[in-house]
Write a protein of this length. Structure first.
Length: 254
């Protein structure tokens, strides 16, 4: 396993589910802030809370935790003092747009993230540990299924992998530049040829597994999601033209 893959496998990518009866906001935010405080108290020096917009600082839960003066400070200075045992730690408070051009973080709490917010935190050289708070109950299951997130505090379940598809994705990952995914034409051609070979060999394709596997191998979420979407299109009948020479051996599935 590469050093990057080892690091990624140890990263925290978790979520706090919304109640089935609908989001209330306060218990989930308090749980998320408690996680962030514990990470920062344990030695992760740079923490951030990502908001859809900073208007969410007006929520009653932040007024309870920070006080009215703390909320005003957070909105003005884009940071606040998060209480921890024995004192407090400074945490950045940013909108998704502001994070795209601001610093590196060790731990991040994502409030009701969109896919673009997930992608934004993944664009740095060393993406942070993060916990995402779901707005809808079904979002958590989708994140678990598609992105490999786990409920906060739950052990990661080891599900059996489709062996051939897993090996093919590992080989593809070794071929391409992970930082750009399959953006380069030769990398995209290698990916398309892989799909053709798997299909011709009768191997089942699984876009959600492909996405989770590539993320685990150190790919950025947006690039893994792009691969998953192209797998779906291939399964739906879209067959990109094959190029030669193939980077794969014809007997690779034997």
């Amino acid at each position: 396993m590469s050093a990057r893959s080892s690091i990624d496998s140890e990263r925290i990518r978790s979520y706090i589910p919304a109640p089935q009866e609908g989001p209330s906001g306060e218990p989930e935010v308090l749980q998320g802030l408690a996680w962030l405080a514990s990470r920062l108290a344990a030695g992760s020096p740079r923490g951030v809370v990502l908001f859809p917009t900073l208007r969410q600082l007006e929520m009653s839960v932040f007024r309870k935790v920070l006080g009215p003066a703390g909320v005003r400070h957070a909105k003005k200075h884009k940071s606040f003092a998060l209480p921890v045992e024995g004192g407090s730690v400074t945490v950045a408070a940013l909108s998704e747009q502001q994070m795209r051009s601001t610093g590196l973080w060790d731990a991040a709490l994502l409030l009701w993230p969109t896919r673009s917010m997930f992608n934004a935190i993944d664009r740095f050289g060393t993406p942070p540990d993060f916990v995402a708070i779901a707005w809808l109950h079904e979002e958590g299951a989708a994140w678990e299924r598609e992105l490999g997130l786990t409920p906060l505090g739950a052990a990661r379940s080891e599900q059996p992998e489709p062996a051939v598809l897993s090996a093919a994705l590992q080989s593809l990952s070794n071929m391409v530049n992970k930082s750009t995914g399959i953006a380069h034409p030769s990398d995209e051609a290698a990916f398309h040829e892989m799909l053709h070979l798997l299909h011709a060999g009768g191997e089942a394709l699984d876009p959600e597994f492909a996405c989770r596997k590539l993320i685990a191998l150190g790919w950025r979420m947006e690039h893994a999601q792009e691969v998953a979407e192209k797998v779906r299109r291939f399964m739906g009948g879209h067959r990109p033209q094959r190029r030669s020479p193939s980077p794969w051996r014809e007997d690779i599935l034997d």
